[in-house]
Design a protein around this ligand. Sequence first.
Ligand SMILES: *Cc1c(COP(=O)(O)O)cnc(C)c1O
Length: 377
Amino acid sequence: MIPFNLPPVTGSEVDYLRKAIENRKLCGDGWFTQKCQEWLERHTGCRRALLTPSCTHALEMCAVLLDVKPGDEVIMPSYTFSSTANAFLLRGATVVFVDIRPDTMNMDERAVERAITPRTKGIVVVHYAGVACEMDAILALAEKYGLFVVEDAAQGMMSAYKGRPLGSIGHLGCYSFHETKNLTSGEGGALLINDPALCERAEIIREKGTNRRRFLLGEVDKYTWVDIGSSFLPSELNAAYLYAQFEKAEAIQQKRLSIWRRYYNGLKPLSEAGRLELPAPPPHCSHNAHMFYVKVRDRNERDRMIAFLKKRGITAAFHYIPLHRSEAGQRWARFHGIDRYTTSESERLVRLPLYYDLKAEDADVVIREIHRFFEGG
Ligand SMILES: *Cc1c(COP(=O)(O)O)cnc(C)c1O
């Protein structure tokens, strides 16, 4: 049996969990949280990194921090996870979806400008499969129209766009450490703050709207309720597990990349024969091998391939049902322009097993079975 995903275990997690327990400080912002945040700041160059309980929470913090209000419009791709939209809907915004590009499955930067109205407040980019959106074009639009840019970099940690780490390019960036992501704490996330003007308020929002952090730093003599906010801090136990993963981030990345390349080379003959399409990350986007997908002819062939692999003990999966076609999306959001690629491209995408512990032999089994599928079983 080859599962679709297994969360990585690097070896020091139990040791670090024990240390966190022995520290007798399990609430948020303890020693391991600080270590993780410093690590993120050092590796991304962001102004401030804050751990959150999930990427969903980091996105929700963005909407509060950017003062998103009823009537505001926020542009994003429809090909994403519900959290990208929910975070802004929860603040009363109108979500405006635009089409994706077929080559990267990322938001089509050319579709964004046509969707901008006087009510547009910001753009949320989603770096699908850890491959960057065209950030130069997006940032130019943001500058021209005075919009915020949030990066949903849930899948994009350790990837870069023209050498700049994903999550460190927009005003704000969000990471996920859910167990399906490259580095994990089971559930977890981080908010990366790149605009220095947003740092102080972010810490207040994360601490239930209080200035507790300034109090702990000795900057004010008592702490009090100063703004709206919520509890956006993870427990030290999660941070301890996560720090063990950060220390092995490079090894995890290299292992994933080697599997990614193995799939690519093994399936290349099928791509050359026109049977399937392989991912084509642009050369200026260095990626983290978050995902390996192939695209087959259509939805029917996709379903047949997934069933064929399942019968042979291999779990492959399709991905997002476009949000504008979902029940909530139809009620609360609109799609601007035509859906040229979002639906049709998403329907023919199949994701293959890819995780830290996946053995080369098992990847070879997956490759062999896909060849057999096209040979007619
Ligand atoms: C995983 C994911 C999320 C949600 O992350 P959580 O940490 O589970 O909240 C949001 N957006 C995208 C694009 C994701 O892949």
